[in-house]
Design a binder for this molecule. Structure first.
Ligand code: KMH
Ligand code: ZN
Length: 276
């Protein structure tokens, strides 16, 4: 078990609406302000989805490139771009995300029902995306929404070898309607099936936020928090900003005697090259 806890923040996501959730960071300025606060509160990685001028999700390459540069300029956070995007994004646009040359990217290991929608990640797309990460030296974080995704990850590594950076780090995304439940039993089952040597974080969506956070800390895992996944801080109390979610995770991790990892420690842990 690592003596410290990797905390990633996912501040925006592709689903929440700015007109409903006013605290959601959608402009570059809001994102940078939020990123700085999250780093001060204990985050080491930022999982980034961006929005357009109408606050709708976009994978515009120019905007992504500008966002990577601005985050690098203003923070030490490991910049992980989402290749999942929104359920409406094309595979071509999702592959092109890597041309923004982030430190890291998400890579989801299979298709999953996603509420009333389908988040599509067929095997050939996974393979192409994975090989591009290897060619470009972008460190993937494997997003696992279901137990079958763990098996697909093992198959991917078996066919194409280790990722850029040489280390396998996964994020169990739990409690999505259509994916694995956000409970301790599911977490233990998924962790038991991970490839040898892999490290992992866990994310509980919505009301699974706290059960998954406690289960992850108890089982030696790392954490992802943020408004992509959690919009209610406590019963009857909406989230006021991402930093309070990071701060809560940092306190719980410290109570577990595994305080937050600094960004430089996270780079070493994940095998991310220092591009600064
Ligand atoms: N927005 C979801 C459809 C990722 O970022 O890689 C996909 C998602 C996963 O958020
Ligand atoms: Zn995401």
């Amino acid at each position: 078990m690592t003596p410290s806890t990797l905390i990633a923040v996912a501040p925006t996501g592709a689903e929440a609406r700015k007109d409903v959730i006013t605290a959601l960071p959608v402009t570059l300025e809001e994102l940078i302000t939020e990123a700085k606060r999250c780093q001060e509160s204990g985050a080491a990685v930022i999982h980034v989805h961006i929005r357009d001028q109408a606050a709708l999700p976009t994978l515009d390459l120019g905007r992504l490139t500008e966002t990577v540069a601005a985050l690098r300029e203003s923070t030490d956070l490991v910049v992980q771009l989402s290749t999942g995007g929104a359920v409406t994004d094309t595979f071509g646009d999702r592959l092109r995300v890597l041309d923004a040359r982030p430190d890291a990217c998400s890579l989801t290991c299979g298709t999953v029902n996603f509420g009333d929608d389908v988040f599509s990640n067929p095997w050939p797309f996974m393979c192409e995306l994975y090989q591009r990460t290897q060619q470009l030296g972008v460190v993937p974080e494997f997003e696992l929404f279901d137990l079958g995704h763990v098996a697909a990850l093992c198959r991917l590594l078996g066919e194409f070898g280790p990722p850029a950076g040489g280390h396998v780090h996964c994020d169990l995304v739990m409690g999505v309607p259509g994916g694995m439940p956000g409970d301790a039993a599911s977490l233990v089952a998924a962790v038991a099936a991970l490839p040898a040597g892999a490290t992992w974080s866990a994310t509980g969506v919505g009301r699974a936020t706290l059960p998954v956070m406690f289960a992850s800390l108890a089982a030696g895992g790392h954490l992802r928090v943020g408004m992509e996944d959690t919009l209610i801080f406590a019963r009857g109390r909406p989230v006021g900003g991402n930093a309070e979610l990071v701060a809560r995770a940092a306190v719980l991790a410290s109570h577990a005697q595994r305080p937050p990892m600094r960004p430089d420690q996270a780079r070493e842990f994940l095998g991310v090259k220092d591009r600064r």
